[in-house]
Ligand binder design. Sequence first.
Ligand code: ADP
Ligand code: MG
Length: 468
Amino acid sequence: MTSASPTAATADFARLPLSPAMLANLQQLGYLTMTPIQAASLPAALLGKDLIAQAKTGSGKTAAFALTLLSSLNPRRFAVQALVLCPTRELADQVSTEIRRLARADDNIKLVTLCGGVPLRGQLATLEHGAHIVVGTPGRVMDHLARESLKLDALATLVLDEADRMLDMGFFEDIVTVARQCPRERQTLLFSATYPEGIAKLANQFMREPITVKVDAMHAGGQIEQRWYEVKDSERLHTVSLLLNHFRPASTLAFCNTKAQCRDLAEVLKAQGFSALALFGELEQRERDQVLVQFANRSCSVLVATDVAARGLDIASLAAVINVDVTPDTEVHVHRIGRTGRAGETGLVLNLASMKEMGYVGRIEQLQGRESDWHKLGELTPTGDGPLVPPMVTLHIQGGRKEKIRPGDVLGALTADLGYTREQVGKINVNEWSTYVAVDRAIAAQAASRLNAGRIKGKSVKVRVLEE
Ligand code: ADP
Ligand code: MG
């Protein structure tokens, strides 16, 4: 077991057997030092060992297995050499994006994402063109194996990402079936945020002398500042806006215990002029994608979500978490607060609690082994000038990967063609059919109409400003 936090020197990527191109790429991505779970897992993983790695959400597990599978990949061999199984389409998309970023040093590596809810036909065609890496959900991967549109006989690396969640979702048998179709000579990597019983059972079935590494969930505790406020139920929603106006966090994830509370809070915040979006179960996938994109690219200040809806959400720099309701489940509280204070930054957690929630607060105190830091509502005075406004606005471009649009094309159209600066352009998400680009709020309307009049990749495109 490894749980010590590495010093800067030992956490340097350069001490790993990675290619100079990969090291340069990591530098460009701003990955300057390894996260603790990367430092604990990569040395063994890069030697080809089977691995069980446990660390909380947001600790950098994706890069740990992505670097491993990329380092044993041969781009000149046209066969699937790595398979990553993920519990949901959303997570598969996130993992695909991260692997593509890490693989961009090598243009020739092809990755295919295979998830349900998308027509098989397109996937069959893409697979026929050949893929080095497949990322997918167990169900859809099984479909392709049954149709023999996916063959795993050249597989070198099998990754089970979010294994605990896949078990929760009842994928045990499917995972075993897929693993049976992989060559015996291979490396298996299992990543998980928690370590339920089923994991050992999975590992026993098809891993070879796995090394276990674990980085404690409580480890990051010191980087998180938690404050508590006592509220009456009637003042709870309004208090959220007091918190936002006082602390002015650039991006906030606000957790509610129910969907109804989410909706109410989003309405209250919007009515007060905040840029807020709500994420709850019954949104269509496309709406959900848009909400996530807008929040991640800094064109929405507050995302209001239930715990279930926020699963798998990965936002690198979250300035604050607000627990609008106290969760009765202490484990859930730990997950919620782990969303902030990542990658060495200090996180802010603001908790609202009513008298009848004090029992839950007590349990959280016990689990965290420290007393709550109570503050008075009277301290909450507006700071800064004017309302809290997100720095960016999202433009929606009709057309995506299917039209062969790449992030560089969009960046080029905005900078080289239209003369905007690199700093005025934010995150660019290219999906299958559509592209989202964040631009500086000040230029959003103008940039949208100029893009509409101009061309991307030689083609005219439809562009609109996404309303928050
Ligand atoms: P997990 O799978 O453990 O929940 P992720 O792999 O999604 O976490 O990583 C969380 C965030 O941290 C991502 O935005 C990722 O780009 C970023 N990240 C990963 N490794 C590093 C690193 N070494 N330095 C800086 N940021 C990193
Ligand atoms: Mg992950």
